[in-house]
Ligand binder design. Sequence first.
Ligand code: AFP
Length: 341
Amino acid sequence: MDHAADAHRTDLMTITRFVLNEQSKYPESRGDFTILLSHIVLGCKFVCSAVNKAGLAKLIGLAGETNIQGEEQKKLDVLSNDVFVKALVSSGRTSVLVSEEDEEATFVESSKRGKYCVVFDPLDGSSNIDCGVSIGTIFGIYTLTHTDEPTTEDVLKPGNEMVAAGYCMYGSSCMLVLSTGTGVHGFTLDPSLGEFILTHPDIKIPKKGNIYSVNEGNARNWDGPTTKYVEKCKFPKDGSPAKSLRYVGSMVADVHRTLLYGGIFLYPADKKSPNGKLRVLYEVFPMSFLMEQAGGQAFTGKKRALDLVPEKIHERSPIFLGSYDDVEEIKALYAMEEEKN
Ligand code: AFP
């Protein structure tokens, strides 16, 4: 650490300080959310460190199989799930957890229960791990609205009832992007301090972008509106320049770029997957929540994404999200299709 160079930046807005400041605006608040968030942050730091070591771990035989102590090593996505489940349960502030890794919801034992329900994908984009491409954790938070025994009904609620959502991207830097319903704020992990520092306050997505992001390998199975939209991106007829295509295949990375640079991210329905691929509770909802809070939109092909009411915890939905004007265009194409039918 260069202490002389760092001397001028001692007044850092850490994520904890930021959330405590927010909390002070609500005198009735007892700090439960701040405690929950600090446990999520701990999980993110742990996974960040594990992801950074993943390549090295393989080299020295620490990942995948058996290590020199004869212990079985866990795969990163399984490890990340264990980390988040333990962090969330030990916060004492959760009652129901839904993870992409677990078929069933986890109900926290009564002595450790709290007023929040957390839905999360502990390590999204895990097929990208072995080539070092950005991956991330996505989460959404609901409040438990009763004191009876919790059930899955407590999370089978529309995304517009979430009280907070965010993601942590493990990329060239580790970044946590969070919204508690008052805008979107980005925090970058300073490895020398081990703290997430506010580096991107009040993120607003550009109203229109010049990038589209989709797996074009599925094009032959797309429906009419998606096909027309992507055609328009490549061959615009109004004299505007063609959009650039960028697709990582890791939702956190593709959405993060879309949030900062503008444009649109699409994972549409297709003939093979009529509900698309992405999961409503822990992919579509948190990212749609962030997009709307940043001034963009999120649409399923039928309705506003946050108005969906999931019936199953691992339900999927098509999703189009990003800059306001770009999503407006795809909405118009679906409306035209509906008129025809
Ligand atoms: P993996 O976790 O299997 O890598 O899937 C990642 C993901 O759920 C999401 O992060 C991507 O946006 C999307 O799938 C990519 O899907 P395709 O590989 O079908 O393009």
